[in-house]
Design a binder for this molecule. Structure first.
Ligand SMILES: Cc1ncc(COP(=O)(O)O)c(C=O)c1O
Length: 426
């Protein structure tokens, strides 16, 4: 997504927001982010709870910003740390969906007794919760669901696909169908189902197929539950996973089209009297809203390749570092005053980060305008799954993070000081 990077960069420079020590800065276009979130909420029925995935973007200021936009914005938390951060930011417990696959007993007690919406990950966890409830030491205040793996297959990125025949997440429906039925027929407090098919690389059709598998299961279970006088399963959490485009030329899949597909396959999910729908989008909400600039500290020129030495690399782009073939970004080059450079240098560039290992190269052989020391390299589409994955290797200070509407900037997070860095290791 191209945004108006040049004018934002020039405004930030003019306003003194990029100081000499700000060797890298992460930007968020808050108007774009607002539009994304409003489009999301308007695509689904108004009763839907949208748990925005904290793992994609845990910045407090951004979580506060999202919460102000609509009352049905919540968070999806993957750890007790993310749960606590969300509560601290001001989200009510019933706006928090807690999904970790390794919850401890104290995590479970905390979530269930506080009224946080809990998705149980596996049958052993279910047994733990059941025992606590049977022993009378716990009464569920909020909604409790269970994550089911619909086993519909993997997408184009294996590492972010979680609904194959094998997955470390959830209860595989084909293997444990009987046990799942048993659970839903004996635990009246278990009123929700949860799935998440994968993150990027899984098509809209795969996501819809996964929902379809669970939908059929739930309709069947509800018939059986009603025959024995149990309340129906009424919470349906479809997870996240709608892919985005990292290429400005390729249009991303449309959220409205996804919603229509779900409505065709699973129409009752859109009857608020029958189901409470929940979503957990992360990448689709955040990634295109942000980009990162790094000052080019040096340019190393060799006979057939140039290397631009940057202040961010695999420490910020962890997935790109680990699986470079799966993750793509677009790049552009600006001079030190924020003017876009054009043309193409004779030789391509490797874009190298500052860390002490040779794999710290975020992209190889990229054709770019001629880069000089002091220029800014812009890495596009970095608003999700980048800073949240920051690595402490080599103890680099975390960069300043700026948000803006037009010309109006706010500091979303200050650059880490050397004292704060020191404290991290103490
Ligand atoms: C359980 C769960 N929900 C939601 C998400 C968010 O996925 P995405 O950012 O692709 O929308 C993830 C991502 O890994 C996840 O594991």
């Amino acid at each position: 997504m191209m945004h108006n990077v040049g004018s934002a960069l020039r405004s930030a420079l003019t306003q003194g927001l990029i100081r000499d020590e700000d060797t890298a800065v992460i930007f968020y276009d808050l108007s774009f982010l607002e539009a994304r979130i409003r489009y999301l909420t308007s695509s689904f029925p108004p009763e839907t709870l949208h748990g925005l995935a904290v793992k994609a973007n845990p910045l407090t200021r951004i979580m506060e910003f999202a919460a102000r936009l609509a009352p049905n914005i919540g968070v999806e938390a993957a750890s007790i740390g993310e749960v606590t951060m969300a509560l601290h930011t001001g989200y009510r417990p019933d706006q928090v969906i807690f999904d970790s696959p390794v919850k401890t007993i104290s995590d479970l007690i905390f979530a269930i007794s506080r009224g946080i919406h809990l998705n149980i990950d596996n049958l052993s966890e279910l047994e733990r919760v059941n025992q606590l409830i049977l022993a009378g030491s716990l009464t569920p205040v909020g909604l409790v669901g269970i994550r089911i793996n619909p086993q519909i297959g993997v997408g184009t990125i294996l590492e972010s696909s979680v609904a194959g025949a094998y997955s470390k997440f959830g209860v595989p429906i084909n293997i444990y169908h009987t046990e799942l039925e048993q659970a839903f027929l004996t635990c009246p407090w278990l009123t929700g189902v949860h799935l998440h098919v994968g993150s990027q690389g899984c098509s809209m059709q795969m996501l819809t197929d996964g929902i379809g598998v669970l939908y059929d299961f739930v309709l069947g279970m509800n018939e059986k539950r009603s025959k024995i006088g149990m309340t129906p399963i009424s919470v349906f959490d479809i997870g996240g996973g709608l892919p985005i485009s990292y290429h400005s030329e390729i249009p991303p899949p449309s959220m409205q089209e996804y919603v229509s597909k779900i409505a065709m396959r699973a129409p009752q999910l859109f009857h608020p009297a029958s189901f409470k729908l929940m979503t957990e989008f992360g990448r689709w909400v955040y990634t295109n809203a942000g980009y990162t600039i790094s000052r080019v500290e040096y340019v190393k020129r060799e006979p057939a390749i140039n290397t631009a030495m940057l202040h961010v690399g695999a420490g910020l782009f962890v997935r790109e570092g680990l699986n470079p073939r799966d993750w793509h970004h677009e790049y552009s080059v600006f001079d030190r005053h924020g003017n876009l450079k054009s043309g193409q240098d004779d030789f391509a560039y490797n874009l190298a980060g500052p860390l002490c290992f040779s794999g710290d190269i975020i992209a190889k052989n990229v054709l770019l305008p001629r880069i000089e020391e002091g220029d800014y390299l812009v890495i596009h589409d970095t608003g999700g799954y980048t800073f949240s994955m920051w690595s402490r290797y080599n103890s680099r200070q975390t960069p300043r993070i700026l948000g803006y509407h037009g010309d109006c900037f706010e500091i979303l997070k200050e650059r880490e000081s050397l004292e704060e860095l020191q404290r991290f290791w103490e």
